[in-house]
Write a protein that binds this ligand. Structure first.
Ligand code: ZN
Length: 385
């Protein structure tokens, strides 16, 4: 309904909000209709006739409403009947010709654009909607992670990434060709707002390395910092700055040629080392340290390595990182069912034999969880707080 009038007064247009973008709008206004107030018994009859996939004589309605308007010959009126049941308006639709009335389905759409309250009470939406999450890196993993975070009920995101969308990104990113050349943070922001207009988003087209002061302030306000950047430098700087802010950090990446995904959660606790400490502990234990491999300069000397993982696998890793981020907030608030199986997840995407522990997974879809490791003595990041 995009406009209405009462009796013969001039019409009031209500073409607002999502109606302007609705898929039917390019076809224009479909025609006039009529609305009537009725007693609830009319709707009981509607329910019965609709169940029988049948129709009624138009006289049934004409006898029960005031000011019945008879459709012209060969003309079908859209009719809405409104009854008050238990104090609430209830609407039914009809297609009415001279002789007969056919029940047609109707839906009432709320003006609010935020449907996330519908998730309550089954999901603790209010514990997530007020929290700010900073997402560093809005490429292929980050763009998927952002959408998952919003689906978990997060309403406030700060998006940090200095890169622009390039043709090579399209096969893995959530966005389309019309956004080529635009900052990824602006693209992801617009994509999210299109589906979830209620979000509070802060797109920041900056490097976490070059804008450390700005990041310090941002991280201090954030409940979680989620880093989906694939550069070693930005991962280490994110871990360092978030540790100094006392904010939990989640780092997501894909290793090798898309063989494994890795999600690391660094809680803000004295017993948990920073990213650098996690890697040092792994090396000291004779385990595989993937961090140097994340940033291999492929020919051009670019800071980013050539990404070879497939979009679905990146989405999987992004979604798991979003789950870990949301669970971190919820666990802290006492939701025991959001305790994770560990802090460090290794995900087999296309496992290849020959990788050392903890990457020695053999079946696609396998996830190994390990606990986080303590700080290394003398680590400047872990001791300077
Ligand atoms: Zn450390």
């Amino acid at each position: 309904v995009c406009g209405f009038s009462v009796d013969d007064a001039s019409p009031t247009r209500v073409l607002e909000g999502f109606l302007k973008d609705h898929y039917t709008w390019p076809f224009g206004v479909g025609g006039d209709g009529v609305w009537y107030r009725v007693e609830p018994e009319v709707h009981q009859v509607w329910d019965q006739v609709s169940r029988q996939e049948s129709s009624l004589a138009a006289r049934f309605l004409a006898d029960r409403v005031q000011g019945w308007r008879v459709p012209g010959v060969g003309v079908a009126h859209r009719v809405l009947t409104i009854a008050i049941r238990d104090g609430k308006p209830e609407i039914r639709g009809w297609l009415v010709e001279r002789s007969g009335a056919l029940p047609v389905p109707t839906q009432i759409v709320q003006e609010s654009t935020d449907f996330s309250d519908d998730l309550a009470p089954g999901w603790p939406i209010r514990d997530l909607s007020s929290e700010l999450i900073a997402v560093v890196g809005t490429g292929s993993i980050g763009s998927h992670a952002c959408e998952s975070l919003v689906e978990y009920g997060v309403h406030r995101l700060a998006l940090v990434d200095p890169d622009r969308l390039l043709p090579g990104n399209l096969v893995r990113h959530k966005s389309g060709r019309k956004w080529l050349g635009r900052f990824k943070v602006d693209v992801v922001s617009d994509l999210l707002l299109d589906r979830f207009p209620h979000l509070e988003l802060d797109p920041m087209p900056f490097s976490v390395v070059d804008q450390a002061d700005m990041m310090r302030a941002l991280f201090a306000q954030s409940a979680v910092v989620l880093c989906c950047s694939d550069g070693v430098e930005s991962r280490l700087v994110t871990s360092h700055l978030a540790r100094q802010s006392g904010t939990a950090t989640v780092l997501a990446s894909v290793l090798g040629d898309g063989e494994f995904g890795e999600v690391i959660r660094l809680r803000s606790a004295p017993s948990v080392g920073c990213l650098d400490c996690q890697r040092t502990r792994m090396r000291d234990a004779g385990e595989m340290d993937p961090e140097p491999g994340i940033d291999l300069p492929y020919g051009s000397g670019s800071r980013h390595r050539h990404m070879t993982a497939v979009g679905g696998d990146l989405e999987l890793v992004g979604a798991l990182a979003a789950k870990v981020s949301a669970a971190t907030i919820l666990e802290e608030r006492g939701f025991a069912d959001q305790r994770l199986a560990g802090d460090h997840a290794f995900i087999a995407l296309r496992p290849r034999p020959g990788w050392a522990f903890p990457f020695d997974l053999t079946r696609a879809g396998e996830i190994r969880w390990l606990p986080s490791r303590p700080p290394v003595d003398g680590c400047p990041t872990c001791t300077s707080r």
